[in-house]
Write a protein that binds this ligand. Structure first.
Ligand SMILES: Nc1nc2c(ncn2[C@@H]2O[C@H](COP(=O)(O)OP(=O)(O)OP(=O)(O)O)[C@@H](O)[C@H]2O)c(=O)[nH]1
Ligand SMILES: [Mg+2]
Length: 491
């Protein structure tokens, strides 16, 4: 072995020491953030997470992340997927989603039905924090969870008895627009003797009918208040008796004493007992096992579809948003503070599919969602939580421009048709290029006269063709999303 000079030795030694110190420090100073993404079904969660992951792992490849400081300032190094933290939670299927978006012809990812997770390791060079004196490179571990917003709609059930919940749900089912669809189901329930011995088959049958009604409310009527949320998105509980209950039709007419004394094998007793198991084993369990570990939350809302569907659908979205917000209302007065103590410090509301409208409408989208979110502002206590609202498109599927119409310049968007649809009287076919002015988004919660005098034509577009999975997906404001959610963890 060649002899090494004293100075080489000490240089090497020092280098090793510095490396060891760096390793140790970065191990202790590395940060971790759990980001939860929610929203009602079809609001755009899968597209959002796919785009967020795609923007980070492909950074530097056709990236447009100008408002994300770590990239803008050059201290972002790279991001890669690493094995997720919880092996018992399904994996978020990034590969399937990105393959769909980059296939030919490009398609949207398949709907998902439950919770899933994905982990990213983001390498960056600390620039501002004390970390920069200690290490050249730090890692931010980002855990992303996708879960259905419908599950949050169940939170208010925790403070209701079975009787109270039945009364409230019955009230909804006997008012417009649900009443017409609910008549036959409610008539069957009204036939039940609450104190007769329960038939499991009959309860299962009626629960199925109730579930089918919830599906109709959601998918045909475009309604958002769907309770219990697990009925339409059961995950691994599909077919379990815990999902086999329904609201009782005349719960307020039942004799209080007889109700108290009803045994679990009577009709009302069995429904009540399943309801309370649902509260414990499903609702409370979700909050305990998942919700409490989220650091930052994104709530996505598609306000355009309910605008398209009309007044009842929009009013229902308003109600659903206020129910969802109960989960973040953990000030002194919220039911939350009495049940759990969550630690979310940043809350982002995303008005999704902003590429469905022309860019000058984005301000109105933000202010509309803000009004939906903040109408209960007095009751909400966001003291410890930073809140922001953005109009976004996770995967931009249109281009915007101007078109001449009767001598005037009109802002328009152009994209590829997703389905056979009627546009101003002309039918379009799949993949065909279409150019439209989809209509103006109201910047305030629409009043009655608004629905009479305005019409919307927010149509669905197919993803742009020719996208490449190794390049960043086209987007609207995903960099601002990253800035709000992650930049402070990468200083
Ligand atoms: N134009 C446009 N359409 C979008 C965008 N994001 C989502 N969409 C549309 O919305 C649909 C639903 O998006 P997903 O991301 O699957 O929504 P989700 O919330 O995961 O839906 P579920 O899995 O059913 O709960 C897609 O199939 C697209 O048609 C977007 O950024 N731009
Ligand atoms: Mg999904």
């Amino acid at each position: 072995m060649a002899l090494l000079s004293k100075s080489t030795l000490s240089k090497r030694g020092l280098g090793k020491l510095k490396h060891k110190a760096n390793e140790l420090l970065s191990r202790t100073l590395d940060q971790q953030v759990t980001l939860a993404v929610t929203g009602l079904s079809r609001s755009g969660k899968t597209a959002f997470i796919t785009s967020l992951v795609n923007q980070l792992i492909n950074e530097g490849n056709g990236a447009k992340l100008s408002f994300f400081d770590p990239v803008h300032n050059g201290n972002f190094i790279a991001a890669k997927r690493v094995p997720q933290k919880h092996y018992h939670v399904p994996r978020f299927d990034y590969d399937a989603a990105i393959s769909a978006l980059t296939s030919d012809p490009a398609t949207w990812p398949e709907p998902t039905h439950g919770i899933s997770e994905l982990r990213l390791a983001i390498r960056y060079q600390p620039k501002n924090s004390i970390l920069k004196y200690a290490t050249d490179m730090a890692t931010l571990t980002l855990d992303i969870t996708d879960y259905p917003g419908e599950w949050l709609l169940d939170l208010p059930m925790l403070k209701q008895t079975y009787q109270e919940w039945s009364q409230q749900t019955h009230g909804l089912m006997t008012s417009k627009p649900r009443d017409e669809y609910s008549k036959s189901f409610l008539a069957k329930v009204a036939q039940l003797d609450p104190f007769a011995p329960a038939s499991e088959e009959l309860l299962a049958e009626l629960a199925q009918e109730y579930t089918a009604l919830l599906q109709t409310f959601r998918h045909e009527l475009g309604l958002s208040v769907i309770q219990p949320g697990r009925f339409i998105l059961p995950g691994d509980l599909a077919g379990a008796p815990i999902l086999e209950f329904f609201p009782f039709a005349n719960a307020d007419n039942i004799d209080a004493n007889a109700y108290q004394n009803a045994t679990d094998d009577s009709v009302i007793g069995m429904l009540r007992s399943r309801y309370s198991q649902y509260q414990e084993q499903v609702v409370r369990k979700f909050y305990r096992e998942h919700f409490l570990r989220f650091d930052r939350q994104i709530v996505l809302a598609d306000c355009l579809k309910p605008l398209n569907k009309g007044k009842a659908s929009f009013a229902d979205l308003e109600l659903a948003m206020s129910m969802i917000l109960e989960s973040y209302q953990y000030g002194k007065s919220g039911i939350f503070s009495r049940l759990f103590s969550p630690k979310i410090d940043k809350l982002l509301f995303g008005a999704t599919k902003a590429d469905h409208v022309t860019p000058e409408q984005h301000g109105a989208m933000v202010s509309l969602l803000n009004q939906l979110v903040h109408q209960n502002k007095n009751q909400l206590n966001y003291d410890a939580v930073a809140v922001k609202t953005l109009a976004i498109a996770a995967v931009k599927a249109t281009n915007s421009g101007v078109s001449k119409h009767q001598g005037n310049e009109v802002p328009v968007i152009q994209g590829r048709s997703l389905a056979q649809s009627e546009l101003s009287g002309t039918a379009s076919v799949f993949g065909e290029k279409i150019t439209v002015f989809p209509g103006a988004v109201p910047s305030e919660l629409p009043r009655d006269n608004y629905w009479q005098s305005n019409s919307f034509n927010f149509i669905e577009f197919a993803p742009l063709s020719g996208l490449n999975k190794h390049q960043c997906l086209p987007h609207v404001r995903m960099d601002q999303v990253l800035q709000f959610l992650l930049a402070d963890k990468m200083m």
